[in-house]
Design a protein around this ligand. Sequence first.
Ligand code: SF4
Length: 365
Amino acid sequence: MKINRRRSSRIYVGKVSVGGDSPISVQSMTNTPTSDIESTINQIKELEKAGVDIVRVSVPDSGSAESLKTIKDNINVPIVADIHFNYRIAIKSIENGADCLRINPGNIPKNRIKEIVSCAKEYNIPIRIGINGGSLEETLKNKYKFPTSELLVESSMRCIDLFDKLNFYKFKVSLKSSDVLVTVNAYRIISNKIDQPLHIGITESGGITAGSIKSSIGLGILLSEGIGDTLRVSLSANPVKEVKVGIEILKALSIRSYGINFISCPTCARQEFNVIKTLNSLEEKFKNISVPMTVAIIGCIVNGHGESKNSTIGLVGTKSKSILYEDGIKKKERICNSEIIKQLEKKIKDKIDEIMIKNLKIRRK
Ligand code: SF4
């Protein structure tokens, strides 16, 4: 089933295009002190390995803004400087090579936003208007008791109107709340008001389990309605997890093919080999692989043949030796149940090589 995406305008965050018919990008944010250049570079490299497209770093002080230059020189993904309160740090971040700014109109006065926009124009970089239910401007806080969807939209529209007056259109918008339904509704409203790309996310969503569920529901609803051009899953966890969950959300909706899509059964008394141990081991071994393929690891014949027929590699548990499928075709070769992990690892590696060589040949044509 194909999702009809909302038609948005396109901006560029460094070399990554956002909006229009660009792929939906996955973002994350570092949690190292940005002034600790080495730790920040190392963390961004970990995020790159996990498949991140764009990384945001917080810039709370002038030293952090200065660090951006060296950080940028040592990484491969575009960097977004996250700015609150201080317009001078925003300007310094632009001067030091930020590919985009995220500003929070809730804590930067209008006249200062004008100065930031003027600098962004000069350096030709976009800005994200990042509205957050936890840090709205005082005048709006008093108008509504709770951060409603309408309130998030109103806050963003004030800034969008200002950008309009300044003839600045290279921006994207986020309207995040920790309440899933408030967030979803806010994005639905704004998606009918502006053409610019939307950065979607559920903010302050909690730890890995709760946060992944809230994000999957919120972003899943929006993406299935065609809303969202770039996303971030916000977790109180290692940011690498945010990237993994973000990519899995896109994979679950068939929006993106990336890495191995493991299909495995929940296991029961019928399982003929240890499905959970096999899955955990293979997931860990291939966690940084980007080549897309589907691997089915199914404990018995009940669902094994059906799933394997639709997989790149499939394994159906049977007594002592399990049945192997490759590209949906049942092979004569059987895999000894005591060697499943080793044998499947080899099969997957061979398949990755085969796909990569095939892709290379297609590119050369
Ligand atoms: S596929 Fe077989 S082993 Fe796996 S849960 Fe279903 S019945 Fe149990």
